[in-house]
Design a protein around this ligand. Structure first.
Ligand SMILES: Cc1ncc(COP(=O)(O)O)c(C=O)c1O
Length: 450
């Protein structure tokens, strides 16, 4: 049978009737029927009911192998028994005290052990808040206002960083390596774009030129050490080491946004994997084990900007910071991830999935570029190398959609549901689970083959 995009969609619709009805109804009181815009995909998202290990179940009773994993946090899979136990115990003791508790300190010791660049650390409730506060510390310390960020990078949904996350076709300057800041979406004041300096990840010469040119006005350079804004783009040619050397030479603060990579691409994140020490690191996702926890930390003299002082300091606060249930979940997760050999296992599973995908595409004659670092990766329907965010703009999105929807209707949810998304494996994904997924992916590659 020849599978068209329409027949893939029909198969999905047939399996997800209750989800369709729910979303239609939800749209009457929730914009788009979803709680975060990224959850929208065509024809409509399925509605989840429960998760178990590597599986997610929807309200129609479908069981799917899950490579989205809550968009990254669930590195131990859904409902890991140690995480569930820690959460239940904490719920029984209370959730919020408005006074310090003991667990945060134990938690931060594990963070510092994994990431020795962190000397002092503060908790937030999300990755967005983590980077937002890190930028404020950098501005407070340096007395300067501009921040350099990579084109295509996402650091959270607030005005300062909602710049050049994506660029509308009508203002996109094709043929250039990079262009000045473009606000992503409506509602962003023009004066905020003026505070963002945009550089192209993995294009070293242009990055250096732009950062040198703006150095006098820059408070910091923020960087996703694996460019996940482009799905997944791995740093090439010592890009991160060069960035570290340049920022040091110019006296600029280097912030690593390790919200996706922290405790995922290695215990110590990308800074361990690529052997580069930033001044400030932001974490979230895996760090909270599926609960609302993030944080930022770094060199003592920078983080001490936060110390309460009558002479003025950098403000950092929040009712729910270090929420006891989130810290319990995060602590249980970091303890599991402290076990010897666990990252070899996590990386092996990622290799099995992404290498397997590459082999299947080759066998079926489908042009595919794969980027992955251990358990984080993405596939791109293209015959060219994906080295930069701009490369990723030229992929065959329609092919990806057909492949994704066919896989979903056969029982695999392959990551953040967009062509520039990313997929993850967990410790719950056994070889058998990955191999079963690959059988389904093979069917999807046949569906999109020429
Ligand atoms: C690299 C990166 N930074 C920041 C964020 C924002 O994190 P959160 O959604 O927890 O606010 C994300 C979220 O996907 C991310 O991928």
């Amino acid at each position: 049978m020849v599978r068209t995009a329409a027949s893939c969609e029909q198969k999905y619709r047939t399996r997800t009737n209750k989800s369709r009805k729910y979303i239609e109804n939800a749209k009457t009181h929730i914009p788009g029927g979803v709680e975060s815009n990224i959850r929208v995909f065509e024809p409509y998202p399925f509605v989840a009911r429960k998760g178990e290990g590597p599986y997610i179940y929807d309200i129609d009773g479908n069981k799917m192998i899950d490579y989205a994993l809550g968009y990254g946090p669930l590195i131990l899979g859904h409902r890991h028994p140690e995480v569930v136990k820690a959460v239940k115990e904490q719920v029984d003791r209370g959730s919020l005290f408005g006074s310090p508790t003991e667990a945060p300190s134990e938690y931060v010791k594990l963070v510092k052990k994994a990431m020795p660049s962190i000397e002092l650390f503060r908790f937030t409730n999300s990755g967005c808040e983590a980077t937002m506060n890190a930028l404020r510390v950098a501005r407070g310390y340096s007395g300067k206002e501009k921040i350099a960020k990579a084109e295509g990078s996402y650091h959270g949904g607030y005005d300062y960083m909602m710049q050049s996350v994506d660029i509308p076709a009508e203002v996109y300057q094709k043929g250039k390596k990079c262009q000045p800041a473009v606000p992503w979406g409506k509602g962003l004041p023009k004066c905020i774009s003026d505070l963002a300096v945009i550089y192209p990840f993995n294009e070293w010469d242009e990055t250096e030129r732009i950062i040198r040119k703006n150095a006098d006005e820059l408070a910091a350079v923020i960087c996703e050490p694996v460019h996940a804004g482009a799905g997944c783009v791995v740093p090439r040619d010592n890009y991160l080491k060069k960035l570290r050397k340049l920022t040091k030479e110019l006296g600029l603060i280097l912030i690593f946004d390790e919200i996706l990579t922290g405790f995922r691409v290695a215990r110590g994140g990308a800074q361990e994997r690529y052997d580069v020490k930033p001044d400030i690191t932001c974490i979230a996702k895996v760090a909270g084990g599926g609960y609302q926890l993030g944080g930022f930390g770094g060199r003592k003299e920078l983080m001490e900007e936060i110390l309460p002082s009558d002479e003025g300091n950098v403000y950092h606060g929040g009712t729910y910071n270090a929420h006891a249930v989130s810290v319990a979940a995060g602590l249980a997760t970091l303890k599991e991830l402290s076990k010897p050999g666990i990252y070899s296992k996590i990386n092996r599973t990622g290799d099995r999935l992404f290498n397997g995908l590459g082999d299947l595409a080759k066998d079926r004659g489908v042009d595919l570029w794969i980027e992955h670092v251990g358990s984080l990766g993405e596939i791109f329907f293209t015959d060219k190398e994906i080295r930069t965010w701009r490369d990723e703009l030229d992929i065959d999105g329609a092919k990806w959609e057909k492949w994704f929807l066919n896989s979903l209707s056969e029982g695999v949810f392959f990551g953040v549901p967009h062509p520039d998304g990313h997929a993850f494996t967990s410790t719950a994904h056994t070889d058998e689970v990955v191999d079963r997924s690959l059988e389904i992916f093979d069917d999807s590659f046949r569906a999109v083959a020429k």
